[in-house]
Ligand binder design. Structure first.
Ligand SMILES: [Zn+2]
Length: 582
């Protein structure tokens, strides 16, 4: 076992035990010797002296050996022993160098499959902290651990700003990394010429996404998310809407409806009518108002929201009845599907967003990894390949609520899904990209020692208010708390619990996004084109280029590009030749 982390935990436990043992033994022997001396001194000085000496020697020997053992344990560094050897680091670096040299032979294959993993709000701080958490969950110190995304050979930075916002939101950014065009915050699938919430600015400003480009090229396409399927990130893949909050017509102003704008749920089924796989939450937006929810029939807040009386799920089921379509709403039904017999899947597992991974109902709610496994099993049946958008959507929500533990566990779960994807596809024909839409104002620091729990305290008290502080803190958010006018002393608070809200510098009900660049990890055909510091809207252009879909196909092999136009003359010449020979 990679046991440095275990050492740290066990060291404190065993050292306390050893010290107690030593103290107990010392007391025991001293008392026994003292009483023996007292008892025997008068009778036989010489005999008692000899026996006392022997016992004192034994006591001293025991004391020394226990002290040595305790010192050995206490002086054990809180990192693996092998890291003391320069050879360890040199070998590691040389191995990495060999791998880097191999990358000089670029993968210029045509990507049959495209997968985009989008960690909503997964800034670089979140990635590093999730890596440490992943390592610590498997008993390591954590820092040396590797996320699956860390193993991707190519990395770029993406500038996330919206056309009208320095610190971006998830809607304008989704338009960038899905449609290839930067846009205004709050809008999906429309250019920056469209104005947020102004319905009449939609028309003529629609932009299409790589999901549509892939569908038009004959690929299967899918969307998997832990949020509502009509939330900001997925909706830019299929909808054109000037307001990300128009989830159903129940959330739209009547003027917008009168002006011809459509809600996002409706657009999910109408714009690209056969999205092959749709999985996530958002059930209530698909059912008529007051229709009780199948899972929470007594809770009115989960009832249908549609004012137009349409049942979009039922309509979908009818449309897909003869196309091997399946609708599921719970984990059991999802996992019992035989994907060989399913070509279209609609899975809506909650009325709103799916629960946090740490809190999901394991009977009813599938994990992100489980959803991705089913999605790829269905999509990969298409010989033309597929495009899949996977969103770890609740990383963002965890941070907004100041709940770093939730956010980091969401990230680790998305990383599990990335690992699974690597096992189900080949990097020779599948371009996988992992990125975020924007960051958050979360930080971790405080000169913590190696192997410190990622949710733990910094080793020293504040030298200003003399109180402890956690390594993870927020720049703003709901974790701001004063007790009697001063910063809360968290020594009596359980900062390891799932919903602990880390302290924040500025009070806000919801913590905000962060404005710095986010990472783009890529693996597979043309992954090397995702390099350097780029505008976020560059991402789908590279993905489309790699797959020979969309607007730039100049590099695609002539055989692939011109096969349909060359085929008739070749066929004609062949037929003439046959005719002549006959
Ligand atoms: Zn957000």
């Amino acid at each position: 076992m990679n046991s440095a982390y275990v050492w740290i935990v066990l060291t404190s436990l065993f050292s306390s035990l050893f010290f107690l043992t030593i103290l107990a033994l010392l007391c025991f022997f001293t008392c026994r010797l003292a009483s023996k001396w007292q008892f025997s001194f008068g009778r036989s000085f010489g005999k008692a002296w000899t026996g006392g000496m022997i016992k004192m020697k034994v006591t001293a020997a025991l004391f020394i050996s226990f002290s040595c053992l305790a010192c050995t344990i206490l002086s054990k560094p809180n990192f693996p022993e092998k890291e003391k050897q320069p050879s360890y680091w040199n070998k590691w670096a040389q191995r990495t160098l060999e791998e880097a040299l191999d990358l000089q032979e670029l993968n210029k294959n045509i990507a049959k499959n495209l997968i985009l993993f989008l960690g909503d709000g997964m800034g670089v701080t979140t990635v590093t902290a999730a890596r440490i958490l992943k390592g610590q969950l498997s008993g390591e110190t954590g820092e040396e651990s590797q996320l699956e995304m860390d193993r991707f050979p190519h990395v770029a930075l993406s500038k996330t700003y919206n056309t009208d916002a320095q610190v971006a939101d998830s809607a304008g950014t989704a338009t960038a990394y899905l449609c290839g065009v930067k846009a205004n915050e709050g809008t999906v699938g429309v250019s920056a010429a469209a104005v947020r919430s102004q319905c009449n600015t939609t028309f003529g400003n629609e932009v299409t996404s790589i999901l549509k480009w892939a569908k038009d090229a004959g690929k299967s396409v899918g969307i998997v998310t832990t949020t509502r399927v009509n939330h900001a990130t997925p909706s830019a893949a299929y909808a054109h809407c000037v307001d990300r909050n128009w989830y159903s017509d129940g959330e739209m102003p009547s003027e917008a409806q009168a002006a011809g704008c459509k809600d996002i749920a409706l657009q999910l089924f109408e714009n690209i009518p056969e999205i092959d796989v749709i999985m996530g939450g958002g059930r209530k937006y698909m059912f008529p108002q007051n229709t009780s929810d199948v899972e929470y029939p007594r809770e009115h807040k989960h009832s249908g929201t549609r004012k137009d009386g349409r049942n979009l799920v039922e309509e979908w089921k009818i449309r897909m009845a003869h196309k091997k379509g399946q609708y599921v709403w719970n984990r059991k039904d999802l996992l019992s599907l035989n994907t060989n017999n399913v070509d279209h899947l609609l899975g809506l597992f909650e009325p709103g967003d799916l629960p946090y991974h740490l809190e999901r109902n394991k009977e009813m709610d599938p994990s992100l990894t489980e959803m991705v496994e089913v999605a790829i099993s269905i999509l990969r049946k298409n010989a033309e390949g597929f495009y899949l958008l996977v969103e770890g959507g609740r990383i963002d929500h965890g941070h907004h609520e100041g709940k770093a533990k939730q956010a980091l566990h969401e990230t680790v779960e998305m990383d599990r899904a990335i690992h699974l994807t690597g096992q189900m596809t080949s990097m020779h024909n599948t371009l996988t990209v992992v990125t975020a839409d924007h960051s958050h104002v979360v930080s971790f620091g405080g000169y913590t020692p190696r192997g410190n729990s990622i949710f733990g305290l910094a080793p020293r008290l504040s030298d200003v208010d003399q109180k402890p502080f956690t390594s993870i803190l927020y720049g703003n958010g709901p974790g701001y708390k004063l007790t009697n006018g001063v910063r809360e002393n968290i020594s009596t608070v359980d900062y390891y619990q799932n919903n602990y809200q880390a302290q924040a510098a500025v009070p806000l009900q919801y913590e905000t996004h962060g404005g710095e660049d986010v990472a783009v990890f890529s693996r597979g055909p043309m992954a090397h084109l995702l390099h350097g510091v780029q505008e976020q809207n560059y991402i789908p252009h590279v993905m489309a280029y790699a797959a020979c879909i969309g607007q730039n196909k100049n590099h695609c092999p002539a055989a692939l590009n011109h096969a349909p136009t060359l085929a008739p003359p070749i066929l004609l010449a062949f037929l003439i030749l046959i005719g002549l020979l006959c």
